[in-house]
Design a protein around this ligand. Sequence first.
Ligand code: ZN
Length: 143
Amino acid sequence: MTSLTVEPGPVHLLRIPTGDDLLGSLEEFVTANNITAAWISYLGAVQSASLRYYDQVAKEYCDFHIHQHLEVVSGTGNVSLLDGAPFIHTHAVLADSAGKAFGGHVNYGCEAWVIEARIEEYTGTAPMRTFDETTGLSIWEID
Ligand code: ZN
């Protein structure tokens, strides 16, 4: 295990309105505010969802869509640097009217009903993503 110590910075509270894309909205905010290191959490509801599952053997994402209204039970994510630009990595657990849950890596195409989000910014050195042969993913390179 490796670690990087960061200091707390400003905390931003966001409301993502009906019809807006969840990931796109978060990206727009971090880019506009030049946020390079942060932790994200959110809740609310979406009108439809677009998630991904990473196949650890094939080392590729499998995309799936859920075309129904869902509660966002829990969304979490982070901001770090990929190729010198802010990059958001976020996962969410979503539930249907029976409380049955779906979850995965959040992709573009999660259409907000309404989302309340918290972005906790960090100061200091931002974690950087580099390609990792073992996983086939760009993950944090922390010494
Ligand atoms: Zn992921």
